[in-house]
Every structure is written in structure tokens, then in C-alpha cells.
Design a protein around this ligand. Structure first.
Ligand code: RFL
Ligand code: PHB
Length: 389
């Protein structure tokens, strides 16, 4: 089999790239290790920047999103019982939207299928060959049979645990990493959200976040030690701990219910450089991870896809390699700013095991400054709604 762009990974990055390229007349094949149901079973991102929404519109897959998403004008920050609002609309003139990664991925799968896009599920042992040559190809196994896919370019959209990044030799690649000594325990429940806006809470007992997927579906998170497992947390224990970490007045109005999903995600900051090796390009979680505190993971994947999509159109349509030559530099410039923001917000709001009294007072002083200073709020709002592509 032959295609113009072989895309490894059928998560949001791979599907969005495939959809955009298809609409520009560029042929792709997506190789996904799991099934569609498995990919759609992962509960992940919820907050999308306007830049992402624009990209979904460009890909022709934003209709349901525009009907069903919730527009958010700001977020609330709580420091113990005290709260303040970061008003995105007032500070930046723009906002973010709530639309779950699950729904967005479903829309992309539906669109790909409607256009007869080639997606190969259960693709095992994917290997990229000849990325530094003019004739790269990808081998994989499906139903026990070895397959070969020849292509012009390979897009590595296979997430943090994929093969694409590992294909880049160790003497070319540099990885930068920060692990945090805690994870996020997430609960999804069919209950109305406790508030119209998201609440990021710093408390003596640790960080918590009140988020949502719709007017009837809530998503809540608690900072927990890395040694905790989801089965250690009964629903009752989760709700009790959440109530102790959010402002008392908010806790009084919290409606609880059975969890429909419960999982723990470790927090890490990670960037792999460069994001291009020959004809292989890394996108999204394959190249970088942020702690979820700033809601930047999927949004940063989207900016990679924007740069790579335009670069591929430029090289196929105009025979101009400027875009692919500068892809890594352009993508990384924006990635590192998202990394900085996510790292800053994580450090500001979480409790660290080794933290002493000095560190805690620094956090509280920084929170107080953010509460009182419009410039500081503007900086936060600009980063949260998304820096320009
Ligand atoms: P994905 O979603 O991991 O998809 C990669 C796909 O590649 C497949 N794959 C392979 N396929 C073939 N061969 C192989 N060898 C393969 N290895 C892997 C996998 O099966 C999978 O289908 O990466 P992608 O597409 O780059 O998308 C990235 C996003 O999923 C991620 O950044 C976000 O979910 C991060 N994130 C958030 N991002 C936001 O922008 N806003 C948020 O509010 C937000 N909240 C979150 C988050 C991530 C979280 N977790 C669990 C990590 C909240 C949480 C709790
Ligand atoms: C979510 O709703 O899953 C969510 C929202 C904001 C974040 C992280 C996750 O910062």
C-alpha cells in the first residue's frame, strides 16, 4: 500500500491531521494500535482554546461542537475560603470552550468515516523505516499478517508511549523532563456542575479542580500521592475530601452522585527535541506532555497540527520545503511557553511533600499578587485562552 502521509496514532492529533489533509486533497492512512471504542473510552481533556475551535472549523468538523459546547468567560481561583475570578473576556476579549476530548474524537472519527478515510485499527508492531531517506515506509501487523505502507512523510501522533519518538536516535534526540510528586484522581459523574465556571482550589489539604463536560455532567479532580490507586478511593471518600478542599460556601451546594469513571493520572512536564527527524514529524503527546493544571495538552497538540498541516500543504502543493524545515522550531517555540505556563500554575496551586514554611508563604504571596494585580491576571488569562499560533 502507498499513501502520501502515514499517520501513526488515531487519537485527536492523528485524526485532525488526517481530516485537514484529506480536505486539501492529500492522501493519508492512519494506523491505530487500539480499537475505536478503546480510544473513545479514555476520559481526558475538557477545555479548548479558540484556536482549536477554529482548526476544527477549518477541518469541517465543528458543527456539533458549536451547538453543544459551553463557552467559559473565565475561571475562579480559590485560596482556602477566599475566591477571585480571572475574567478572560474582560482581560483578553476572548474565552475558552468546554467540549470533551471524547466527543471531539468521536466527531473526528465520524467525519473520517463519512469521507472514506483510511484508518487501520489494531495495528500492532508499528515500525518506521528510512525516515532519513527519500522513501520512508512503515511496517505493521494486522490479524497476524505483516503489512508495508510506503509514504512520502510520517506523522508521529502516537502519544507519550508510542514508537515514533523512540525511532529518533538517542544521539539526535534530547529529552527534558520534570516529574511531580503527586497525581490527579479524576471522577466523572452525571451530576450538575457545582458552579458555572471552573474552580481551581489551593487548600492546605492539597489541590482540587471542579470542572464539567455539560450542564449535567461534572468532572472533579483531587491531588493525591503517587502511591494511591483509584480503588483506594470510594465515591463517598472522594466527595468528602473534595468538600474539604473547596470553599465552604461552594461545598454546601455540591451535588454528589455515583462516579461513572475514576482514574489517576501522574503529573509530568516533558519535551523531546527536535520534533522532526528527516521525513518523520512528531505531534502532540508524542513530543511533549504538560501537567493538566493549565489545560494545555490537547491545545498544544492542536498548534502542532496547525503548523504541520500548513507545512505539508506547502511542500505538496508548492514544492516549497520552508514549512517542514521550520516545523520543529515553530512548534517548539509555542510548546515551551505552554510548558512554562502549566509548570507555573502547577507550582502555584499544589502542595508539595518537601515544601517548608518559606515555600508556602511564597505560594500565598504569589496568589495574593494575582488576586490584586490586573497585569498579573492578564498574563494568566492570555496564557489560559491560548497564545497565538
Ligand atoms: P493520544 O490521545 O495519546 O493519542 C495517541 C494515539 O496513538 C495510539 N498509539 C499507537 N498507534 C499505533 N502504534 C503505536 N505504537 C501506538 N502507540 C500509541 C494510541 O492508542 C492513541 O490512540 O495523543 P494525542 O492525539 O497527541 O492527544 C493528546 C491529548 O490526548 C492530551 O494532550 C490531552 O488529553 C491532555 N489533557 C488535557 N489537554 C487539554 O488541552 N485540556 C485539558 O483540559 C486536558 N485535561 C488531559 C486533561 C490529560 C489528562 N490525562 C489523563 C493525561 C486531563 C487529564 C486527566
Ligand atoms: C477537565 O475538565 O478535564 C480539565 C479542565 C481543566 C484542566 C484540566 C482538566 O486544567
Amino acid at each position: 500500500m502507498r499513501t502520501q502521509v502515514a499517520i501513526i496514532g488515531g487519537g485527536p492529533s492523528g485524526l485532525l491531521l488526517s481530516q485537514l489533509l484529506h480536505r486539501s486533497g492529500i492522501d493519508t492512512v492512519v494506523l491505530e494500535r487500539k480499537t475505536r471504542a478503546h480510544v473513545l473510552g479514555r476520559i481526558r481533556a475538557g477545555i479548548l482554546e479558540v484556536g482549536f475551535v477554529d482548526l476544527m472549523q477549518e477541518a469541517g468538523v465543528a458543527d456539533r461542537m458549536m451547538r453543544e459546547c459551553l463557552v467559559h468567560q473565565g475561571v475562579i481561583i480559590a485560596d482556602g475560603d477566599e475566591t477571585f475570578n480571572i475574567d478572560f473576556q474582560d482581560l483578553t476579549g476572548t474565552s475558552v470552550v468546554v467540549y470533551g476530548q471524547t466527543e471531539l474524537t468521536r466527531d473526528l472519527y465520524d467525519a473520517r468515516e463519512a469521507m472514506d478515510g483510511k484508518i487501520i485499527f489494531n495495528a500492532e508492531n508499528v515500525e518506521i523505516h528510512g525516515a532519513e531517506s527519500d522513501a520512508p515506509y512503515v511496517t505493521y501487523r494486522v490479524d497476524g499478517a505483516e503489512q508495508r505502507l510506503k509514504c512520502d512523510y510520517v506523522a508521529g501522533c502516537d502519544g507519550f508511549h508510542g514508537v515514533s519518538r523512540q525511532t529518533i536516535p538517542g544521539d539526535v534526540r534530547r529529552d527534558f523532563e520534570r516529574l511531580y510528586p503527586f497525581g490527579w484522581l479524576g471522577v466523572l459523574s452525571d451530576t450538575p456542575p457545582v458552579h458555572d465556571e471552573l474552580i481551581y482550589s489551593s487548600s492546605k489539604r492539597g489541590f482540587s479542580l471542579c470542572s464539567m463536560r455539560s450542564k449535567n455532567r461534572s468532572r472533579y479532580y483531587l491531588q493525591v500521592p503517587l502511591s494511591d490507586r483509584p480503588e483506594d478511593w470510594s465515591d463517598a471518600a472522594f466527595w468528602q475530601e473534595l468538600k474539604r478542599r473547596i470553599p465552604g460556601a461552594v461545598a454546601e451546594t455540591l451535588i454528589t452522585g455515583p462516579s461513572i469513571e475514576k482514574s489517576i493520572a501522574p503529573l509530568r512536564s516533558f519535551v523531546s527535541e527536535p520534533m522532526r527527524w528527516g521525513r518523520l514529524f512528531l505531534c502532540g503527546d508524542a513530543a511533549h506532555i504538560v501537567p493538566p493544571t493549565g489545560a494545555k495538552g490537547l491545545n498544544t497538540a492542536a498548534s502542532d497540527i496547525h503548523y504541520l498541516f500548513n507545512a505539508l500543504v506547502q511542500v505538496f502543493e508548492e514544492r516549497d520545503s520552508e514549512g517542514i524545515d521550520r516545523y520543529s522550531e515553530r512548534a517548539l517555540a509555542r510548546v515551551w511557553k505552554a510548558e512554562r505556563f502549566s509548570w507555573w500554575l502547577t507550582n502555584l496551586l499544589h502542595r508539595f511533600p518537601e515544601q517548608d514554611g518559606f515555600d508556602q508563604r511564597m505560594q500565598r504571596a504569589e496568589l495574593a499578587f494575582l488576586r490584586e494585580n490586573r497585569h498579573a491576571q492578564t498574563v494568566m488569562a492570555q496564557n489560559y485562552v491560548g497564545l497565538p499560533y
